[in-house]
Design a protein around this ligand. Structure first.
Ligand code: AMP
Length: 566
């Protein structure tokens, strides 16, 4: 399939347009039955979620009609939206489910060649979001929930020898904290059979083991007595767990002994799950900051990044699973959607000019086709999906690192709209991550770590300045924190930032240290909005309209420092 990606793209577009040509949206654009890429690009405009929102809202409100797709949409996915402030609705259908399973199978095939697993069990930290119905009666849940609920999902995971060790009642438990506790307990009960540990995003795996550090003695007590802790209150979960839990003092002693013997929890995963072959989950992009902690728990067990996609549709599979997450690329599957790419930079030297011209460039995008992209260049991804999105700007920036046959291998760079900017400066999520990495080296010397971080542009002060929020694992001296603050300020090397700082057109960067548990409060806030932990991404830059999160952050500041670096 990847040997003739261009042709496969034509065929895929034709199929999408034939299946959905009768939809009101496509009818209105004057395609008149044409399905070739040239006519498609001439008639169909590039759109963002905002442009399609009225159509999606009509689908959600009912009655069923061919609005965006030929066959009416039956399910709505809630995009995690933690990068946008509020959850977005996107359509989900059987065709999208099929492509989901296709990409799962593809990367599994490559993974299993490198890291063969036995047909036993997987410790999967997967959760369902709070399901709801739209006004028109459509099921609305996160995309992952839509996938887990689908009857095809079980068969597929069986075929991929990847069945979750926890019963469905645990996955679909109405409370995330109870679900997580039971996942851990199931993992320990089946510890010898666990072949890999996974979650959709790496953040959930780290979160799970941080929780284990706190509850391990309670878990041991449950295993010893064969009785579930009273904090698990849902009857369906209790009765499902009762079937698995038998008094087992030997296992409890063993786990107790292993946990007590670890040094700062290093190598926790292989110690508790001796047959684990790899750790699996999305580890690139905004998940990179969690890799250090994940490696600490994983010891010498390899980390393998999962595929690249979104609630809107899948894009690429990790077909080189031995590559460490920092260098992971995703081979675009040419039959999974129709893809276009807006070039962002001609070459590195033009970057600074590009930043000045960014608004102009984004007004005049000239996308290229899947096989026309060039190695070393960065692009914004445009998706035409099997679920009713046409020429949809996903908002992600990717870099072409090479080709797998004739399909490009993409490195995820960042979200396009995620920017720290006061005036001519523009710093992306990646720039922020690099600055934080640099500054955390100063506290690493004291064996401390940044549990999580976020940022905000304070435009109330004059001049405006960057605010970086840190939650740290322990106490750090005033002196070191002052140095961290200066280091952060110096680490934003964007020309616009540095020149503005020099003339005080941007004020001193502020480091605000948060109380322990602040990011847990933010996670809980998003869960309350109906998000699922599976799709949770810590908001790395909190905009002024995201009042609630900003308030949580500001209410929990323990100390604050202003940079003296310039
Ligand atoms: P959601 O809105 O929850 O469906 O999240 C989709 C977004 O998550 C994508 O648009 C990306 O920004 C990010 N994402 C998904 N897969 C990956 C990946 N493999 N690497 C980095 N970021 C990813």
């Amino acid at each position: 399939m990847t040997k003739d990606a261009e042709n496969v793209q034509r065929v895929t577009l034709k199929k999408i347009l034939e299946e959905n040509g009768s939809a009101e949206y496509l009818q209105s654009l004057g395609l008149d039955g044409r399905t070739d890429p040239e006519s498609f690009k001439a008639c169909v405009p590039l759109v963002t979620h905002k442009d399609l929102e009225p159509y999606i809202q009509r689908i959600a409100d009912g009655p069923p009609a061919s609005v965006l797709t030929g066959k009416p949409i039956t399910n709505i996915s809630l995009s995690s939206g933690t990068t946008q402030g509020k959850p977005k609705f996107v359509p989900f259908n059987d065709e999208l489910m099929e492509t989901t399973l296709q990409i799962f199978r593809t990367s599994y095939a490559f993974r299993n060649r490198e890291f063969p697993i036995k047909n036993e069990k997987a410790l999967q930290f997967i959760y369902s979001s709070k399901p709801s119905k739209t006004k028109g009666g459509l099921f609305a849940g996160t995309a992952t929930t839509n996938v887990f609920r689908n009857s095809e999902f079980k068969n597929a995971t069986k075929a991929m020898q990847s069945q979750c060790c926890s019963p469905d009642e645990v996955i679909f438990a109405p409370d995330f904290h109870q679900s997580l506790y039971c996942h851990l307990l199931c993992g320990l009960i089946f510890r010898e059979e666990i072949q890999f540990v996974s979650s959709t995003f790496a953040h959930s795996i780290v979160h799970a083991f941080r929780t284990l550090e706190l509850v391990w003695e309670e878990l041991c007590a449950d295993i010893r007595e064969g009785v579930l802790t009273s904090r698990i209150t849902f009857p369906s979960v209790r009765s499902a767990m009762a079937k698995l839990l038998k008094p087992n003092p030997e296992l409890a002693d063993l786990i107790h002994w292993k946990c007590s013997g670890l040094s700062n929890w290093y190598g926790l995963i292989p110690e508790l799950f001796p047959n684990v072959k790899y750790i699996y989950g999305i580890m690139t992009g905004s998940m990179e900051p969690y890799l250090k902690k994940l490696r600490h728990y994983a010891g010498d067990v390899p980390l393998v990044s999962a595929d690249y996609g979104s609630s809107e549709g899948w894009i690429g599979a990790n077909v080189n699973p031995k590559v460490p997450p920092e260098s992971t690329t995703y081979a675009v599957l040419p039959n999974i959607g129709y893809f276009e790419f807006i070039p962002l930079r001609e070459n590195a030297e033009e970057q600074v000019q590009d930043k000045v011209d960014a608004s102009f460039i984004s007004m005049e995008p000239k996308p290229v086709g899947l096989t026309e992209v060039k190695i070393g260049e960065e692009y914004e991804v445009i998706v035409t999906s099997v679920a009713g999105l046409y020429r949809y700007r996903l908002g992600d920036v990717v870099k072409v690192m090479g080709f797998h046959n004739s399909t490009p291998e993409l490195k995820f760079i960042c979200r396009r709209n995620l920017m720290l900017t006061v005036n001519i400066d523009k710093n992306t999520e990646k720039d922020l991550q690099l600055a934080v990495e640099e500054a955390t080296k100063l506290i690493a010397k004291e064996k401390l770590e940044v549990i999580d971080f976020s940022s905000h542009v304070d435009l109330w002060s004059d001049p405006g300045h960057y605010v970086i929020f840190w939650e740290i694992s322990g106490e750090v001296s005033e002196q070191v924190l002052k140095e961290c603050c200066n280091c952060l300020d110096r680490s934003f090397v964007d020309a616009g930032y540095v020149s503005s700082r020099r003339v005080n057109a941007i004020g001193p960067l502020e480091l605000r240290v948060l109380r322990r548990g602040t990011f847990q409060k933010i996670l809980d806030h998003y869960l309350g909005l109906g998000a699922a932990v599976n799709q949770f991404k810590t908001p790395r830059c909190v905009g002024p309209t995201n009042h609630k999160v900003l308030q949580i952050l500001c209410d929990n500041v323990a100390k604050s420092y202003s940079s003296t670096a310039f």
